[in-house]
Each structure stands twice: as C-alpha cells, then as structure tokens.
Design a protein around this ligand. Structure first.
Ligand code: F6P
Length: 345
C-alpha cells in the first residue's frame, strides 16, 4: 500500500510526532510505502513530495512546527472557489500511485477530507489545532502546548501586574471557540475569561475588574481573539485576510485595555501572545496524543477504515466517520462557561 501524508491549515505542536507515529507503524510494521507532500495542497498540486521512512522521522517527537510544512492553500477550484475539481484530483492521486491519504488538519481540512471521502477518495483525518475546536474528538494535539504557554504568560503577567496594581489583559488565540482562554485562564487563576461564544458588555467586564480592585488585588483578564463586546457588531480585525479569505482576527486586547482603564478607572496594559503559543516544542501530552493518533491512522489504513477521523474519545483513539463531524464546531459548552463565570471578579 502507498500512503500520502499532507498537512493543511495553521501548524500545531505535535504534527511531527503524528507523522513519526504514522510512519513507524505504517512503514516499519505494515510495510507501506509513504510519501509526504510539501506545504500542504501546494505540494500535491505541484508534485513536490519527500519519501517518508524511519530515517526521515528520526528525532521528530520533540520538534515543533512540521517538517513537511503546511499552508492554507485549499484544493479548491471551480467558479465559486469552494468546489474540488475531482477529475484533476483523481488524476493527481492516480499519478502518485496512492492508495490513500492521511490528512493532518483542523476544521477546514477535515471538511475537505469529508468531501473527498464522499467522492470515494480513501482519506483518513488526523485532528490537529491549538484551538481544540474540532468536533468529534475530546482533544486535538497542540492545544495542551498552547494552554501551557498561555498559562505561563498569565503567571508572568500576574507578578508585574500586582507590582503596579494594574489590570493586565492577555489576548490568546481562538477565532471561533475559547478553549485556550478558558483552560489557560483556569490554570492561571484569571479573574475574567472572555470567549468568542459568549459576548459580554463592557460594563460587566469593568464590574469584574473593579470588584477585584476593591478587594485590593490586580485583575488578570484573558480574552480570546474572537471575543466580541455586546453592542459591537463585529469581532475586532487586523488588516488583511487569512488563507481562507476571512478577515484576520486579533487586536481585541488593545481595544479592551483603554476601555477598561477609562470606565473602571484602573490602569490597564494589553499583551497579545500571538504565534508564541503555536511555536516550539510540544508538551509530553501532545507528543503522546499525536503519536497515538498517527499510529491509529496507519492501522486504520491497513484495515480499510477510510472516511473517518482518528479521534480521542476518553482514553481511546477511535475512528469517527467524517459525516459525524463535518461543518460542526466544538464550542465551549454553556455549563463550562457558567461554572467559570461564577468565579469571575
Ligand atoms: O487555527 C489556529 C489559529 O492559530 C487560530 O487560533 C488563529 O486565528 C489562526 O490560526 C491564525 O492564523 P495565521 O497563523 O494564519 O495568522
């Protein structure tokens, strides 16, 4: 059997460990031939690939980023820009002599995987994203690393904030879901966590900040980049579009900080964590999860379990059909937010 591996979307710590897991099981145990396409769909379209074997994946487990590169280039053509030219796709697939594809990616990529699968292309998905917002899986690799980095940032901001009696606002990633803000905020004991799923009013945010101040403490506000203040009709955006043609988010911390300072009367500073939370070595948890996912994907290919995501369910990696996850976002459930909110302020 010949398997192709392709990474798409933003990078996520653990992608290398996933490739290593798939190759060690696929090549060494099952006797597959495996190739990796460079820079996502670009490599697939332009015949740019490398052979994947034991030597190619040596020492990859602790390495951040991804050796194959990744991109937000989509395999889309057609007038509306959201269709796949299946004739061209099949031709390319056949020209590489592939029996199947392992697609490492988040929501966008797994939706594409679902479309390909419906068209009869043998595909297996490996879930990755620091945002942890992919339906069907309990955790995605990369999330734990991002949370650890954000929690450490909170710890550091807290000591400088306390020294100056300031409110510190930390912006973390999370375009559509606030998992990083919630988990990092809980780990770091933040007094306010603002998530895309749950808009709040400026007055409410300032009430929380002043009640912390009234207790003689300095507040730490964690805000996900996709959070919106009630009454502000769109998320704050940076200039330009992302690879999917959507406005680039970010900058909410820089908007919130002066508003808090003005309305709550507390000196406030903003920090945007940015891509620091996606870079560097994965945590042990992410390395293990990624390696298990890769291994399970290679086993699934051997067993012909195509059309599914190698998802973490409890303590097991299970194959979840794409039909169950397509176009579904895993948001922070109301009860999780409500429980955290009880401790705000
Ligand atoms: O999808 C993961 C993610 O890190 C989001 O949290 C963030 O909005 C986006 O990627 C940033 O993308 P880029 O690296 O293309 O700026």
């Amino acid at each position: 059997m010949k398997l192709g591996v392709l990474c798409s979307g933003g990078d996520s710590p653990g992608m290398n460990a996933a490739i290593r897991g798939a190759v060690l099981r696929g090549v060494d145990v099952h006797g597959f031939e495996m190739v990796g396409f460079m820079d996502g769909w670009r490599g697939f379209h332009e015949d740019d690939w490398i052979q994947l074997d034991r030597l190619a994946v040596r020492g990859l487990s602790p390495l951040g980023g991804v050796i194959l590169g990744t991109s937000r280039v989509a395999p889309f053509t057609g007038r509306r820009g959201d269709e796949i030219d299946l004739t061209e796709f099949r031709e390319r697939f056949a020209s590489y002599g592939l029996d199947g594809l392992l697609l490492i990616g988040g929501n966008g990529t797994q939706n594409v995987a679902g479309m390909l699968s419906e068209a009869g292309i043998p595909v297996i998905g490996l879930p990755k994203t620091i945002d942890n917002d992919l339906a069907g899986t309990d955790y995605t690799f990369g999330f734990d690393t991002a949370v650890s980095i954000a929690a450490e940032a909170i710890d550091r901001l807290r000591t400088t904030g306390e020294s100056h009696r300031r409110c510190m606002v930390l912006e973390v990633m999370g375009r559509d879901a606030g998992w990083i803000a919630l988990h990092a905020g809980m780990a770091g004991g933040a007094q306010v966590m603002l998530l895309p799923e749950y808009p709040e009013t400026l007055e409410q945010v300032c009430d929380w900040v002043t009640s912390v101040r009234d207790r003689g403490r300095s507040s730490l506000v964690v805000v996900a980049e996709g959070f919106r203040l009630v009454g502000v009709d769109r998320a704050v955006t940076r200039e330009g579009l992302d690879g999917f043609g959507r406005p680039r988010l970010g900058g909410i911390a820089e908007v919130l900080a002066p508003l808090i300072e003005e309305v709550a009367g507390v000196e406030t500073r903003a920090t945007v964590l940015g891509h620091v939370q996606r870079g560097g070595s994965p945590t042990a948890f992410d390395r293990v999860l990624a390696a298990r996912t890769g291994t399970a994907a290679a086993d699934a290919a051997l067993n012909g379990e195509w059309g599914a995501l190698a998802a973490l369910r409890g303590d097991r990696i299970e194959m979840v059909p794409f039909a169950e996850i397509t176009d579904r976002l895993k948001e922070v459930p109301e009860e999780r937010y409500a429980a955290a909110r009880l401790n705000f302020g």
